[in-house]
Design a protein around this ligand. Structure first.
Ligand SMILES: [Zn+2]
Length: 349
C-alpha cells in the first residue's frame, strides 16, 4: 500500500496561518475556531467541542474495531498581566514553561477582557546600555526584572487602565514565522506543527478517496502547556491514543529537524510498549525514516489522560523541533514524515 500524496505547500500555508493566530493557554478560542473552520470542509467529520473548549473531530472508520484517537495541542506559551507598575508598564506572569530570555525584546499584544488589542514589547526593566552599562547583560532574567513597554503614551497605572488593560489580561508574543529552504522558524511550532500534521493527514486521505480502518477521534487540545489538556475529551470507547507533539532536540538526543521521532520515555516514564512497537512496524513497512528518543524534561497530553484515569495505550510521535520553548525551528521533511506516519496509522487495522 502506498500512502497518499501530501501537498507540502498547503501544509506549510496552514501551519503559517495557524502560527499567526495568538493562542496562549487559556486564550485559545480563536485558534480552535480556526482549526474548526479548516476541518468543517470535510463532510465526513463530525465536529464537536468539549466543555473545556477543546475541538473533537470524529471520522467513522471502515471496520468496527475499537476506535482510536490522536491528540495535538493549539495552546502555546504566553503570559498574563500580573501587575500594572507605578510607571504604567506591565509585570507579567508566565503561562507554561516560557523562557524569558527567549522573548526578550519581542513584540507582543495585550488582549483586554473587552476584546481590544494593545501593542507593546517585552523588555528588561533596565535595558538602556548607555544608562545601565554592563548590568544589561548581567541581570538575571526573571518576571520582576522585565516589563511590557506599551506603545501608548502612558506613564502611570491610571493611564494604562484607561487603555482597558487590567491584571489578568492575556499577553501573546509575536511568533515571527519564516519559511526558508524548507525550514520553518517560529515560536509555538510546539504544537501547532503537529496540529498541521493531523489536518494534512485528514486532507491527504480525503483527496485520495481513502478513509481510516478504525473509527478515529482527533482531539485538538487547549490546555496542554499547563499539564491537563487531554485529561478530558477522549471518549471512553477509545482504545489507543497517539499523542502528536514535538520531539526534543539537543545534546545527547537522537531527534533532529529532518526526522519524525517516537518518544518511548519522558518525565512521565515509559509509553505503551505495544502501541509504540506497532507504530515502529508501520513506519518501517511504509518507508518512513524515524528516530527513537527519550525526552529528559517533557510531559505530554497522552500522559495527562493516563493521569486522569484514561484506560488506553498511549504513544508519542512528532517532528524534531530545535530550540523548544524558545525560538523554534523545524524542517518540512520532519513534517511530511510525521504526516505520513499518522496516515499509515489511520489506514492500519
Ligand atoms: Zn507540546
Amino acid at each position: 500500500m502506498t500512502l497518499p500524496n501530501i501537498d507540502t505547500s498547503d501544509l506549510t500555508k496552514f501551519l503559517i496561518d495557524l502560527l499567526n493566530v495568538p493562542s496562549p493557554t487559556g486564550f485559545t478560542e480563536d485558534a480552535i475556531t480556526f482549526v474548526e473552520k479548516e476541518l468543517s470542509q470535510f463532510n465526513q467529520l463530525e465536529l464537536s467541542r468539549t466543555r473545556k473548549g477543546a475541538l473533537v473531530a470524529k471520522w467513522v472508520g471502515k471496520n468496527d474495531a475499537e476506535p482510536v484517537a490522536l491528540t495535538a495541542h493549539v495552546d502555546t506559551l504566553g503570559a498574563m498581566v500580573k501587575d500594572i507598575k507605578p510607571n504604567g508598564r506591565l509585570q507579567l506572569t508566565r503561562i507554561g514553561g516560557l523562557v524569558l530570555n527567549g522573548v526578550e525584546t519581542e513584540g507582543c499584544w495585550v488582549h483586554t477582557s473587552k476584546g481590544e488589542k494593545i501593542r507593546g514589547s517585552y523588555m528588561l526593566n533596565k535595558s538602556a546600555a548607555h544608562v545601565y552599562s554592563t548590568k544589561v547583560s548581567e541581570t538575571k532574567r526573571d518576571e520582576k526584572a522585565m516589563e511590557v513597554r506599551l506603545d501608548a503614551r502612558v506613564s502611570n497605572p491610571q493611564g494604562t487602565r484607561e487603555l482597558g488593560i487590567e491584571v489578568g489580561d492575556f499577553v501573546s508574543f509575536d511568533p515571527r514565522v519564516e519559511a526558508t529552504n524548507g525550514f520553518i522558524r517560529s515560536r509555538h511550532l510546539d504544537d501547532k506543527a503537529c496540529v498541521a500534521n493531523i489536518v494534512s493527514a485528514i486532507k491527504s486521505l480525503t483527496e485520495a478517496g481513502q478513509s481510516p480502518a478504525r473509527s478515529v477521534y482527533f482531539h485538538i487540545s487547549n490546555y496542554e502547556e499547563v499539564g491537563h489538556g487531554a485529561s478530558a475529551g477522549i471518549p471512553p470507547e477509545v482504545h489507543e491514543l497517539v499523542t502528536v507533539d514535538m520531539a526534543a532536540i539537543g545534546k545527547g538526543q537522537s531527534s533532529d529537524e529532518y526526522h519524525t521521532t517516537i518518544c518511548v520515555k519522558d518525565s512521565g516514564g515509559p509509553y505503551h510498549h505495544g502501541l509504540s512497537n506497532k507504530l515502529r512496524a508501520l513506519a518501517e513497512a511504509n518507508g518512513i525514516d524515524y528516530k527513537v528518543d527519550i525526552y529528559p524534561f517533557y510531559g505530554s497530553d497522552g500522559e495527562a489522560f493516563w493521569r486522569a484515569g484514561g484506560d488506553v495505550s498511549v504513544a508519542l510521535i512528532g517532528p524534531g523541533v530545535d530550540a523548544s520553548h524558545n525560538y523554534e525551528r523545524t524542517h518540512i521533511d520532519a513534517l511530511t514524515a510525521t504526516t505520513n506516519w499518522i496516515m499509515a496509522y489511520l489506514l492500519s487495522d
